[in-house]
Design a protein around this ligand. Sequence first.
Ligand SMILES: [Zn+2]
Length: 440
Amino acid sequence: MFQSLCRKTQVLCTRRVREQWVRSFMVELQPVEQIVLVREKQDHNGPTMQFPGIWLRDNCLCDACFHRNSLSRLPHGWNNFDTKVKVQDLSVNVEQETLHINWSDAHRSEYPLEWLRERDFSSANRQRYLSHSYRPESQHWSGDQFQNILQKFEYRDLVSRDDTLAEWLRTLAIYGVALIKNSPLDIGVVKTLCNRVGFIRRTTYGEEFSVKSQPGAKNYSYLAEPLPLHTDMPYFEYKPSLTILHTLEQSVSQGGWNLLADAFYVADLLREKHPEEFEVLSRTRVDWADIGMDNGVSFHNIWRAPVINLDADGNYARINHSVPQRDSHFSIPVQRVQPWYEANALFVRLAQEQAVSFKTTPGDVLTFNNLRMVHGRTGYDDTELNVRHIVGGFVDWDIAYSRLRVLQKQQQQQQQQRLRQQQQLQGQKQVESKLLSQVQ
Ligand SMILES: [Zn+2]
């Protein structure tokens, strides 16, 4: 009796698994365009996945075409790549959920449908990939919106919890700013945060830097004077991307307030309301420079780039602005100089209008996107009893986005595992109750 029940369970389990997991697929080739279409049959209104033939051939996953350990395409196929390669026939292995293609060059390829789903060329899927896996889409904010978009994170959560770390990086990617609260008043906080992301970015001023009033300072930010809105280090081609400013001591005087504005929003205003000035600021290269010495090492940094830098899609890639670090060399034709000054003066005025001010307290760590935010501070009285001491450091976006993607993948895998366990448990319960009803 016991044996036969077991056998019966097994048969039922297998059938159930088939019903639940095996789906059927429609595959079709558009022969002229050589586009492969794949759709799940039971989902008639569902999206049709699209794959160009040439892309499928280029991305064959067999051992001759793809190196599994490095997850990279093997290069030799490109020594003589046949751009006219054609799909000869195609089929889906329903049990294994794989697409099979025989090619006109006598090659044969096999693609898991799960892998294809991730890479579907449909516009919705490309959008999903860009905003989820590539980079979260930025949301630009006006000064009035600052209180709504500012997110605060507890330092101890950030150093101990991966979900908080991911949320902080996502917030920086979307809004360009986030505030960390209750960090220890310890000189190592900036380095700890940088190491949590990956590693600190070294510059001509070393790794961490201390901002406090220094008599005879060689850099303008080391004076107690007001520091107008600017981005840090526009004179670098590889400009440090995330600024981390830890408040160790705060001036009790009236001043020392932080100023911050979303220069992407300012660029939006220009683009919309002042298109000519926008054009000038996004097309005129400005000479940014920093000449001096730090720790006994002389440097002479120059980078020529516009104030508003656009990528190939016309989106903002980077803002450069710093009055002290704009060189007196201005290598553009003379008739383009006056219009640039008009446009830049407008940019500065709009940035000032959109700037918010707030005063950090000891233990606060202000973090922001240095490719996007302009920041500054009001002046303050610096005396022996009234000190302001900020420790700063940088992390590069490459490192931060990489960490975010790794964390997101971990979260996704954990979620899938939980889902699978739930489904297994549900399946078992259903089989058991079916069996029980049959036995009864
Ligand atoms: Zn292959």
